[in-house]
Each structure stands twice: as structure tokens, then as C-alpha cells.
Ligand binder design. Structure first.
Ligand code: ATP
Length: 303
């Protein structure tokens, strides 16, 4: 049996450009991999079968739409054989939570099946297959901290010093990523700025944010956190403003919605502060659960 651990991500910067003719948005996306993650196991089976455990297991699709199953099929098709594997996802990443949990499982299944089937696929090829599965999948293979351009799939690893301490407040129910992008466009139209590529400047990585990461400076990173999807996520789920406020009042030095939400991410000055913030958030009644964790950590790896 092969076991693969894979991290969730938080976007420490998520700059969203205008709506492109192909329906996507250009992004300046700084991904940060955190120790909160899923475990995917692969063992010999007949065809591709999938099971899932964990508090959110009931909302994970177990059919061929699951990114882990799609990854197994894609890898086998690339090598020209019919896949046989029994996959299990031990799910800790909130589902539809803006932490790329499905993408993480896709990356983990690529690595697990590659090891189970003894394929030794070059990492560059795994990255290409990952990009075919979805724009957030390559980052889950790479891990660490990386700047994603295009739809997020063109990755440049970024230098980081030390560890940063985070708390994630999990909401009840998910938010659909496409719905949050649509709300972003709608709010831009409503504000009169326009939402097309011609109206919105192409986003770029913030030099202050990159310096904060390289220096390992949590206070500077906290000041530089930005997410263009935060306002649309709060517009669709106004209670998220209460969660952000509760974390800040509990001592977080930075707070933002993670990706398309509804998970909220809080930066703490150290591990002790993170544990205290998680406890306060759970007591505040503004989230379903809160987890203290840290990062950056590597991408999907056999362990
Ligand atoms: P992102 O941050 O990449 O936008 P997300 O974290 O908000 O994603 P996911 O947890 O990846 O959202 O799930 C989004 C949807 O993808 C789910 O509602 C589910 O229907 C589908 N899905 C496919 N495969 C998986 C998987 N392995 N785990 C969870 N959801 C999956």
C-alpha cells in the first residue's frame, strides 16, 4: 500500500484580472502550502474504486468526477494501460472551502499511482498531467510557496525563510469557486469600473509580500495579505465578516478569506498564539471548527 500526504493551500495574495474571452481570469496568485492536509492511499484493485473518510466525507463525490479518480485514469492513459487501483482519501481539508482540497487529492493520486504502478514518471510530466486536471493541481505537487500566473498553473517557486503559523476557521457549507468569480465580475460592473480584460489592470505579485516571505517576517506578511475574491465571498456569505473580526479580536496579526472561501485564514505571531486564536474562534460561534497549523510544507509526497 502506498500512502501520500498532500497539503492544502492558502493564497497569501490573490490578484484577479479582468474576465478573458475564454471565460478565465488572469491571476497573480501566491500559493502557500500548509501542514493541514489529506492523505491518499493507493493499493492494487480492480478498475478504479474510491472511498473517503473524515468529517466532510459525505460531500465528496465518489464517482469519476473526483479529481483523485480522474488523476489515476489520466496517468494510466498517458502510459497506455487500463488502471487498476483502490484509492482511499482520508480527508482533513474542508470541502469546497477555498483550500484546493480536490486539487490536492488529484496531485496525491498522481504520486500514489505512479509509485504503486512503478512508473517513475518524470516530475515535469506529472506537472503537465496535473495542469490538465485543474489549475490548482500543479501547486499541490510542488508545495512550498509559489507564484502562479495565467490561470494559476504556471508556477515559479518563491524563497521563504522559517515557518509561519496559521489558523483556519472552517465554515458550515462550501462556496462554489465559479460563483465567487461571477460575483467578483458583478461587483466590478456594479462599481462602474468594468470587469473585462480591457477594464482591469493585469495583476502582479506585490514586492512587499515577496520580501516578507523571503525575510520570514510574519508582521510584514500580515500587512501584505490581499485577496480580490474576499469582497465577493463576503458579499455571498456576509457572516464571513464576523469570522474575520473574531479572529482579529482573538489576536491574529492578519486575516483574510482563503481563496474563494468560505474558509477564513489567520496569521499568528507564533505557534502558541495560533493555538489560542483557534480556541477563541471555536468558542466564538462564528465557525464550525478552527485548526492551528503552519507552513510552508512540501507538496504531495509518499511517506
Ligand atoms: P479551490 O480552492 O481549488 O477553488 P475548493 O477548496 O474551494 O477548491 P474543493 O474542496 O476542491 O474546493 O471542492 C470543490 C468541488 O470539487 C466539490 O464540491 C466537489 O464536488 C468536487 N471534488 C472533486 N474531487 C474532489 C475531492 N477529491 N475532494 C473534494 N471535492 C472534490
Amino acid at each position: 500500500m502506498i500512502k501520500v500526504r498532500v497539503p492544502a493551500k492558502v493564497n497569501v495574495q490573490l490578484g484577479v484580472g479582468g474576465l478573458r474571452a475564454d471565460g478565465f481570469h488572469d491571476l497573480a496568485n501566491v500559493f502557500f502550502a500548509v501542514a493541514l492536509g489529506d492523505e491518499v492511499t493507493a493499493e492494487p484493485g480492480e478498475g478504479v474504486t474510491l472511498t473517503c473518510s473524515g468529517p466532510d466525507a459525505a460531500s465528496v463525490p465518489l464517482d469519476d468526477s473526483n479529481l483523485a479518480a480522474r488523476a489515476a485514469r489520466l496517468l494510466a492513459a498517458h502510459h497506455g494501460f487500463t488502471p487498476n487501483v483502490r484509492l482511499h482519501i482520508a480527508k482533513a481539508i474542508p470541502v469546497a472551502g477555498g483550500m484546493a482540497g480536490g486539487s490536492a487529492d488529484g496531485a496525491a493520486a498522481l504520486v500514489a499511482c505512479d509509485a504503486l504502478w512503478g512508473l517513475d514518471t518524470p516530475f515535469e510530466t506529472l506537472l503537465e498531467l496535473a495542469a490538465e486536471l485543474g489549475s490548482d493541481v500543479p501547486f499541490a505537487l510542488v508545495g512550498g510557496v509559489a507564484l502562479g500566473r495565467g490561470r494559476g498553473e504556471i508556477l515559479q517557486p518563491l524563497p521563504v525563510s522559517g515557518a509561519f503559523h496559521w489558523v483556519f476557521a472552517v465554515a458550515d457549507g462550501g462556496l462554489s469557486t465559479p460563483a465567487v468569480f461571477r460575483e467578483c465580475d458583478r461587483l466590478r460592473e456594479e462599481a462602474g469600473t468594468g470587469s473585462s480584460e480591457a477594464d482591469v489592470p493585469t495583476p502582479d505579485a506585490d514586492p512587499a509580500l515577496l520580501a516578507a516571505l523571503a525575510d520570514g517576517d510574519p508582521v510584514a506578511l500580515a500587512a501584505a495579505l490581499t485577496n480580490d475574491l474576499q469582497a465577493p465571498a463576503i458579499s455571498l456569505r456576509p457572516a464571513l465578516a464576523d469570522t474575520l473580526r473574531a479572529g482579529t479580536e482573538a489576536g491574529a496579526i492578519g486575516a483574510l478569506v482563503s481563496g474563494s472561501g468560505p474558509t477564513c485564514a489567520f496569521l499568528a505571531k507564533d505557534a502558541e498564539a495560533a493555538a489560542a486564536i483557534a480556541k477563541s474562534l471555536e468558542a466564538s460561534g462564528t465557525c464550525r471548527a478552527a485548526h492551528a497549523t503552519y507552513g510552508p510544507v512540501p507538496g504531495a509526497r509518499v511517506h
